[in-house]
Design a protein around this ligand. Structure first.
Ligand SMILES: [Fe+2]
Length: 194
């Protein structure tokens, strides 16, 4: 994307190389791509302010880069104090790199329609940590900002153009699934660039 810092542009170059070499090989992408993402998020010194802005009501998802062939996308997730996602899936692999603050991810297992979903436990992500989810290793989770008094930010990489993918949110108590497309918080800017 235009006007992004050199450090981020280098990350996109490096991640694109991983995808060029290993497209379709999920375990290798998660391993090698995870190492590339870790380099990006280890030092919180590059994210432009406009992609770090929280909203008082909703967590924000700013698209930072979309692969021209839709093989991956990079998003900054900005959590206001106490904000959390609904329980949701992705349908593609995802890497989560914690950069500022702290978040908690709770994995769930889908049982069957009408049955309550089982929690598989939660994990805390601290700055510098990289986590992953995918349909093959566990794809349903809920993510929360650990803090009630400050912003947390993580950088996510997905195996597709995540804001355009039709996926699901879940009702834990009943296992009910509802389709959703997340979109991006910077849609207006994306339209202007196109
Ligand atoms: Fe997620």
């Amino acid at each position: 994307m235009i006007d992004m810092p050199a450090k981020f542009q280098q990350f996109v170059t490096d991640f694109t190389k991983v995808i060029d070499q290993h497209h379709g090989d999920e375990p290798t992408i998660l391993e090698k791509g995870g190492a590339v993402l870790k380099q990006l998020i280890e030092k919180d010194d590059w994210l432009p302010e406009r992609y770090a802005k929280p909203d008082p009501q909703y967590y924000q998802q700013y698209l930072l880069h979309a692969d021209p062939q839709d093989r991956f996308s990079v998003v900054s997730f900005v959590w206001g104090p106490g904000q959390k996602t609904p329980v949701h899936n992705h349908t593609v692999w995802a890497l989560i790199g914690m950069m500022r603050g702290c978040e908690v991810g709770e994995l769930f297992e889908y049982a069957e329609d009408g049955k309550s979903m089982r929690s598989l436990g939660s994990e805390q992500l601290n700055p510098g940590d990289v986590d992953c989810v995918s349909p093959t290793i566990g794809d349903i989770h809920r993510v929360s900002n650990l803090y009630e008094d400050r912003v947390s930010i993580s950088i996510h990489v997905y195996g597709g153009n995540i804001g355009r993918i039709s996926r699901h949110v879940f009702v834990v108590e009943t296992g009910e699934r509802k389709p959703f497309v997340s979109g991006y918080s910077n849609e207006a800017e994306l339209k202007a660039v196109r």
